[in-house]
Design a protein around this ligand. Structure first.
Ligand code: CP
Length: 310
């Protein structure tokens, strides 16, 4: 859990690799660029980002591409099946070759070992655009959104209800680094891995706790977060089992009513309406999901600038 950040190449692989000051500096930069987009129109002039997608995307693809354009840079979008990677070329060789053409690589892939292998063999920064295990760019945007709406997140309470998936893992990393309480309400088989909880407890900052029910988790929370019950890496066979287990974890008006009166709702999207969240909540006044989607753009512009030391 404590893999060190490479000192010479500025990869952005997972939040727990970073110290709090670096993450805070990236978020401050994101807020500055959001306030004054025009002032940074040349910040990545002449730089090119390659984006490898081994899974589908709307927000990640568009926000990285538009972000590079707004900073004066360029992108190359590479789908797995269109690359020699899809025909057996190794990740290591792909990393070596792309490093001769571009200034950074963003990858959306499955097992995090593929991300790590890419980073190990790249001579340019690699950015995690989602793996089966984590989604750090999403949570940078989520923290930015929370703080815009509610003020500093340190000392506050975030409730996660549903499956402790890759997004939840990055929330755990964020709770430790930003010093807030994360209450996780998940069916027992879908709770966070013990190693992740052990790491969070050993770090001694923030507080990451499993709760027995979604009601317990949400009561008095500043923010309620959930995610799809069935995602890209689940087989058809797993679906019904997951629906049955996760039904009681739906975020609806009754559950949101237990949060603080000014508590907000976040969802990384895409949402499966009236499964993990009802229309009334996602379209309601406490939902910040569209700001959250927009902030992918701003947070990732700052991640890109940090990675390229610009
Ligand atoms: N939240 C998120 O990563 O969205 P996409 O899958 O559309 O990129």
């Amino acid at each position: 859990m404590s893999a060190p950040q490479n000192k010479t190449i500025r990869h952005f692989l997972d939040l727990h690799h970073f110290d709090t000051a670096t993450l805070r500096a990236i978020l401050d930069d994101a807020a500055t660029m959001k306030r004054n987009r025009a002032a940074y129109a040349d910040r990545l002039r002449g730089r090119t980002l390659a984006m490898i997608f081994e899974k589908p995307s709307t927000r990640t693809r568009v926000s990285f591409e538009v972000g590079m354009m707004q900073l004066g840079g360029n992108v190359v979008v590479l789908k797995h099946d269109d690359m020699q990677l899809g025909r057996g070329e190794t990740i290591a060789d792909t990393a070596r070759v792309l490093s001769r053409y571009v200034d950074a690589i963003m990858v959306r892939t499955g097992p995090e070992t593929r991300l790590q292998e890419l980073a190990a063999h790249a001579a340019v920064p690699v950015i995690n655009g989602l793996t089966n295990e984590s989604h750090p760019c999403q949570i940078m945007a989520d923290i930015q959104t929370f703080e815009e709406r509610c003020g500093p997140i340190a000392g506050r309470i975030v409730a996660w209800t549903g499956d402790a998936n890759n997004v939840a893992t990055s929330w755990v990393h964020a709770a430790v680094r930003f010093g807030f309480t994360l209450r996780l309400a998940c069916p027992k088989p879908l709770r966070p891995p013990a190693a992740l909880m052990d790491w969070a407890n050993a770090e001694g900052t923030g507080a990451v706790v499993n709760m027995d029910t979604p009601e317990e988790a949400v009561r008095g929370a500043d923010c309620v977060v959930t995610d799809a019950w069935v995602s890209m890496n689940h087989s058809m066979e797993e679906k019904q089992e997951r629906y049955d287990a996760l039904g009681p974890y739906q975020v609806n008006e009754r559950l949101m009513g237990l949060a603080k009166p000014d508590g907000i709702f976040l969802h990384c999207l895409p949402a499966h309406r009236n499964e993990e969240v009802t229309d009334a909540v996602i379209d309601g006044p406490r939902s910040a999901v569209w700001d959250e989607a927009e902030n992918r753009l701003h947070a990732q512009k700052a991640v890109l600038a940090w990675c390229m030391d610009a």
